[in-house]
Design a protein. Structure first.
Length: 275
């Protein structure tokens, strides 16, 4: 990718966050990335859980080594002509200096954005202490420098079941915003009132919502003021669900009926053939 193409992708990604609401789906491999591009999505994001499952590993803190993640991100970036945001977990380091090193490596893959979360992976202390969490975002911001890469800061309070999840998320997201985050993200809640409170707390900066509720539509989420909608590992799990159901039928009863409504091989061949 040329420097001009890289700069253009990053500029397009930044512009997407200026108004309206867009969906940034999460492919887990090159094929799924190219199919999402085929459907017309304007940007993509990697998924740590989708990658982990494809490697036969759990969606656990740093279960997939950093070098494998970086190689995967680079492959996704190279596979499509779209801006790509990296799900970069907690930066593959605890201290700010280590986060900065990881972020510099991620920026070098050609991403247009990356996210850093504040979960530790430790059940006893699931979130980084507040001051350290803020310093980690500052370090990520400094490592990004003038590259044009968008920094998303994630507060994991809802996912780790913090007793005051909303209040603590707001406290952290506002501090991350002041530390240089461009986009704020608190995955977990699906109810309108909580989302509206989070959107208002970080305004005018954009808020990213993780959607996994079947009752929601893009128009519903957009009406709450959300700027960016991600799907996390849901698309990967959709694929796993279809695969598991078909395989179980064969293993348990010799039933191949799950093959009835498959996409045609010729359709996929045509999609992936060089144009």
């Amino acid at each position: 990718m040329s420097n001009s193409d890289l700069a253009a992708r990053r500029a397009r990604f930044r512009k997407l966050h200026e108004e309206g609401c867009f969906v940034i789906p999460n492919p887990w491999d090159v094929g799924s990335a190219r199919y999402l591009r085929h459907l017309g999505f304007q940007a993509l994001a990697t998924t740590s859980s989708g990658l982990a499952f494809s490697q036969g590993l759990p969606d656990a803190d740093w279960a997939v080594p950093r070098d494998v993640v970086l190689r995967h991100v680079r492959e996704i970036v190279a596979s499509v002509d779209l801006p790509v945001n990296a799900d970069f977990e907690s930066g593959y380091a605890h201290e700010p200096e280590g986060v900065a090193e990881s972020v510099r490596l991620c920026v070098a893959t050609g991403v247009a954005g990356l996210s850093i979360e504040d979960s530790t992976g430790d059940d006893a202390r699931p979130l980084f202490d507040f001051s350290l969490a803020v310093e980690r975002i500052k370090a990520a911001r400094e490592a990004i420098g003038s590259s044009g890469v968008l920094l998303t800061a994630r507060a994991e309070c809802f996912l780790v079941k913090h007793p005051q999840a909303l209040d603590e998320s707001i406290r952290r997201l506002q501090a991350y915003s002041a530390a240089g985050a461009d986009v704020l993200y608190a995955p977990g809640p699906q109810d309108p009132e909580t989302i509206k409170a989070l959107v208002a707390a970080v305004a005018p900066k954009p808020f990213n919502m993780l959607v996994f509720s079947k009752g929601l539509r893009v128009t519903d989420v957009a009406a709450l003021g959300v700027r960016r909608i991600s799907t996390g590992g849901a698309l990967a799990r959709s694929a796993w669900t279809g695969f598991a159901q078909a395989a179980k039928r064969i293993a348990e009863s010799g039933d191949f009926s799950a093959f009835e409504h498959l996409m045609a091989g010729v359709e996929l061949n045509d999609l992936f053939s060089p144009k």
